[in-house]
Ligand binder design. Structure first.
Ligand SMILES: NC(=O)C1=CN([C@@H]2O[C@H](COP(=O)(O)OP(=O)(O)OC[C@H]3O[C@@H](n4cnc5c(N)ncnc54)[C@H](OP(=O)(O)O)[C@@H]3O)[C@@H](O)[C@H]2O)C=CC1
Ligand SMILES: O=C(O)[C@@H]1CCC=N1
Length: 268
């Protein structure tokens, strides 16, 4: 992609996006810039990725074709207001913040500015994000395509409508929390039964990774795969019965619904 891209904010997500862009870029790294809050972090990112990093958002974003906002949601209004003087009417602005709507962005930027909301997840750190993408009506096909290329560089993408972005946050944006908690809980059980913490985490992590890969590659319904694990009269079906008794699926669904409800509340 022959575009100048600026990433504002170099924390968990900004850094992962830079990593993806740098590793997928055939162009000069001069086309990627970033900004962050402290001189020390700017120096760290500059050294790690070989790109220009500023502590001034206007300097980083100046002359950019695409600006990716990767700051915490409460800073978005401030950062957008800061960059408005240096963007053109064609600059594509992308936000990855939860709860910051296209309507809120258009109030600040005006309705004619191309604006995209994207919802990636923390697996972007290893190029395995799942990112939901929604565009405003001022985006061209090229803008949408550019966003898809950017987020494909950190994993996979799915175009959705804005009303469905709440569900995306619940199912793939915030849910890494539940998976990490699941792995931690499983590892605790292993430790309680004599495995070392290291062994137990290794077992649980590889199991989750293997199941995700198998599910994806087998093209089989997860319920069928669950049944395939269960030997009649064996250990697995006992775990299934106990999990059902403890409302295992409902617990997960309630947790995800709480995230979706919070996303809706934040978007009001
Ligand atoms: N974490 C996640 O799993 C996901 C997060 N998101 C969204 O991504 C966004 C960023 O989250 P995350 O990466 O976790 O947050 P982080 O706190 O890790 O990163 C934010 C970065 O912005 C920097 N920063 C702070 N103030 C400014 C400023 N005024 N100008 C430029 N940079 C600044 C911070 O520096 P410093 O640390 O020095 O303050 C930090 O490097 C949020 O809006 C969140 O909703 C979306 C999907 C998943
Ligand atoms: O917790 C949050 O609000 C952000 C959005 C998705 C993941 N983290």
């Amino acid at each position: 992609m022959d575009k100048k891209i600026a990433v504002i904010g170099t924390g968990n997500m900004g850094k992962a996006i830079i990593q993806g862009l740098v590793s997928h870029s055939n162009d000069s790294l001069n086309s990627i810039t970033a900004s962050t809050r402290t001189d020390q972090e700017a120096q760290n990112i500059q050294e790690e990725f070989g790109i220009n990093v500023f502590t001034n958002n206007q300097l980083a974003a100046k002359n950019s074709d695409i600006i990716i906002l990767a700051v915490k949601p409460y800073l978005l209004e401030e950062v957008i207001t800061e960059i408005i003087p240096i963007i053109s009417q064609h600059t594509l602005i992308i936000s990855i913040a939860a709860g910051f709507t296209i309507g809120q962005a258009e109030e600040l930027l005006g309705g004619n500015q191309p604006f995209i909301r994207a919802m990636p997840n923390l697996a972007a750190q290893v190029g395995e994000s799942m990112t939901g993408i929604v565009e405003n009506s001022s985006c061209s096909d090229t803008d949408i395509n550019d966003a898809i290329i950017i987020f494909n560089a950190i994993g996979r993408t799915e175009m959705v409508t804005e009303d469905l972005l709440h569900a995306v946050i619940g199912v793939s944006g915030s849910s890494p929390t539940l998976v990490f908690m699941l792995i931690q809980a499983m590892a605790d059980s292993g430790v309680a039964n004599g495995l070392t913490r290291e062994q137990s985490l290794k077992l649980a992590t590889q199991m989750v990774k293997g199941c995700a890969t198998y599910l994806e590659q087998s093209d089989t319904h997860p319920e069928k795969l669950k049944d395939n694990v269960c030997t009649p009269g064996g250990t697995s079906i006992q775990m299934v019965l106990e999990a059902e008794k403890q409302n295992y699926r409902h617990t997960i669904q309630s947790a995800i619904q709480a995230g979706i409800d919070k996303s809706k509340e934040l978007s009001k």
